[in-house]
Design a protein. Structure first.
Length: 86
């Protein structure tokens, strides 16, 4: 899949943006997430967007696990044919 993505997406579509090294937890741990100050310019806007994006992804990952667990155990949001019989 990733090989097809690299072939199909052209370089100029990325706007000369370098990817962040590693995953978001590595970035947060070693301080690359807030390497730039939150200023009122393009660099500051990028820093805010990077911080908010990582915060949103972390919040989704923290909240989604318990939601899936409770919906499976208590049959919340499941149709009658899709329910588990324990």
């Amino acid at each position: 899949f990733l090989e097809a993505v690299e072939i199909l997406i052209e370089e100029d579509w990325l706007g000369k943006i370098d990817p962040l090294p590693g995953n978001m937890y590595f970035i947060v741990t070693f301080g690359d997430l807030t390497k730039e100050k939150f200023a009122c310019n393009l660099s500051g806007l990028k820093a805010v967007a990077r911080f908010l994006g990582c915060t949103l992804i972390a919040a989704i990952q923290i909240v989604s696990g318990p939601i899936v667990f409770t919906s499976t155990v208590f049959n919340w949001g499941m149709q009658a044919g899709d329910r588990f019989e324990w």
